[in-house]
Write a protein that binds this ligand. Structure first.
Ligand SMILES: [Zn+2]
Length: 544
């Protein structure tokens, strides 16, 4: 490394100790209390101990000591590990203990990137595994801050198998319905990303973090090409569906606190507003209804997200290859009660339309909704699905990426997902793309929305060879809220106007009223009733 560059680094080894410097290594600007540059916003090095001070409530951290398995002598790198111990004042590349965050007790582990690059040794693996076992017994959530170059190659295959060992303990912890949040910081690579790094129920990435599997320079050498500066950044990982939340370092504690509160929230809703009985009939002019349901100025999913929830955190990504913005998923509060949400969003401006693919959901959107819904099942949080889509994305891309199986998986999994599911159609609910979010315990429709098997134009083309949509031909489709209420496909027509708050309030009341009724059923009863409901959807068709 060039000596001049080395001197600029914000952390330097002085008298063999690693210390923070108070200036940014990128621009020489001053650092704030979180070691983030006040000028350019770049994150400087933060030690594991400093991280613990930032995250935990004051004086609550108590280190957990488990069996230390030091094989450095056997593996011939005793000198290096002794040097690392001396430089960092730590025994290994991780500190784990219990502490409270906003009064909530957790197990908190922080990896130290300056201890042999935070590599995963037998001792580190053993510590993390023991910590998950401890958390399982004591029913505690686990929060890990990852910072690692990967497996510690000095320990050979002993290091490699730690990945499997830690993950087996995480699986057991998860099976007990306990929460694990992974915070990926700079850098998180190799065997850590490929084991516990990305396995959080929720993954948070700190800004300015390199996150990946193979090192960038290794890939560049292998393929003889220069990768762009976005490669393996936190944004790159979010775009590829691996990360729920990107956060500034100073905000991570508050995000953790919000998540801990929302996920462990068992508040019961007691408020039930009187239903709005003023349900005018849906417009008889079906052409008008169709136009209205698709109106660009009609309130969209995001409008309802903002106005129904008192507070929410969006969770992103399908953990496979992407984050589909036509569905907004996450966790939020209504009247102090937590709900998981999957909200189809078309956007209202041309820019938003493009960003959300005009509300045409891709396979990764359905996969994200399912992933987030499984979090709801694990923590017994009710789900709200809001539907507004002209259908599933019919592109070559989506076809190749498994659109059909993604929808089928939703229908299959939602049919017995062990938590309450409430769905609302707020605009256009068309085809399997809408049905995927309609398998639920109760479904309502805004008065002027529509719900169809296929777009009316395609229907008429196929059924009647008609190009021109007419009122007469549309009648047989029975897609209005009133038709579907009569046909017992939906449970309630929700009154609407051109006032967002009025609509949002009515939707909120629908959700809370239905939740209040549904929560009195035990899980098996709920699932049985959901099955009966799906079985009986054809009663009207049979003419009974
Ligand atoms: Zn700077």
């Amino acid at each position: 490394m060039n000596i001049l560059v080395a001197k600029k680094r914000s952390n330097i080894i002085r008298n063999n100790k690693i210390e923070n410097k108070d200036i940014c290594f990128k621009c020489n600007g001053k650092l704030d209390e979180f070691f983030v540059c006040k000028t350019c916003g770049n994150n400087s090095y933060i030690s594991a101990k400093q991280r613990i001070t930032h995250i935990s409530d004051e004086n609550t951290f108590k280190e957990l000591s488990f069996n230390k398995i030091d094989i450095s002598k056997k593996c011939n790198y005793e000198d290096r590990i002794n040097k690392a111990k001396e430089n960092t004042d730590l025994n290994e590349a991780i500190i784990i203990g219990t502490c409270s965050i906003g009064g909530i007790k957790v197990v908190l582990g922080v990896m130290e990137s300056k201890f042999m690059m935070g590599t995963l040794s037998v001792s580190v693996g053993e510590t993390i595994t023991s910590a998950f076992e401890y958390a399982s017994v004591n029913k505690l959530p686990v929060i890990l801050f990852c910072a690692s170059g990967g497996a510690r190659i000095q320990e050979g295959v002993f290091s490699l198998v730690q990945m499997a060992k830690v993950n087996a303990a995480i699986k057991r912890h998860s099976d007990k319905g306990l929460l694990y949040i992974s915070c990926l910081t700079n850098p998180t690579m190799g065997g850590v990303t490929a084991s516990f790094g990305l396995l959080g129920d929720i993954n948070i990435a700190e800004k300015n973090s390199q996150i990946g599997f193979a090192g960038k320079s290794i890939i560049e050498n292998l393929y003889n090409e220069i990768l762009d500066s976005n490669f393996q950044t936190e944004q790159y990982n979010e775009n590829n569906g691996m990360i729920d939340i990107i956060a500034d370092r100073k905000d991570i504690r508050n995000i953790l606190l919000d998540l801990l509160k929302m996920i462990n929230n068992n508040n019961k809703v007691v408020r039930i507003d009187n239903k709005d009985e003023n349900k005018s009939k849906t417009n008889d002019d079906l052409l008008e209804t169709l136009k209205n349901a698709r109106d660009i100025d009609r309130f969209k999913g995001k409008d309802y997200l903002i106005s129904i929830f008192d507070k929410y955190i969006e969770l992103k990504g399908d953990r496979i290859n992407s984050n589909d913005t036509s569905i907004l998923s996450g966790i939020g509060n209504i009247e102090n009660k937590s709900f998981i949400f999957n909200i189809q969003n078309k956007g209202r401006t041309l820019k938003e339309n493009r960003e959300t693919n005009y509300g045409l959901t891709r396979p990764e959107g359905y996969r994200k909704a399912l992933r987030i819904s499984k979090i709801a099942e694990k923590f017994n949080i009710p789900i709200i699905n809001i539907i507004d889509s002209a259908g599933a994305d019919p592109s070559i891309y989506s076809e190749k990426n498994g659109q059909a199986i993604a929808i089928a998986d939703c229908l299959y999994t939602f049919s017995d997902l062990k938590t309450i599911i409430i769905s609302i159609v707020v605009g256009e609910g068309s085809s399997g793309g809408a049905l995927a979010l309609s398998v639920c315990d109760s479904i309502g429709m805004l008065q002027k929305s529509i719900y169809t098997v296929i777009s009316p134009e395609s229907y008429l083309k196929i059924m009647h060879k008609e190009e021109q949509v007419s009122n007469e031909l549309l009648k047989s489709m029975r897609f209005t809220a009133n038709d579907l209420f009569e046909d017992k496909i939906i449970d309630e027509v929700i009154s609407e106007s051109d006032n967002l708050n009025y609509n949002a309030n009515n939707i909120k009341n629908f959700i809370l009223n239905k939740y209040e009724i549904l929560r009195k059923q035990d899980i098996q009863e709920l699932i049985n009733n959901r099955y009966e409901r799906i079985r009986n959807w054809d009663i009207v068709a049979k003419g009974e």
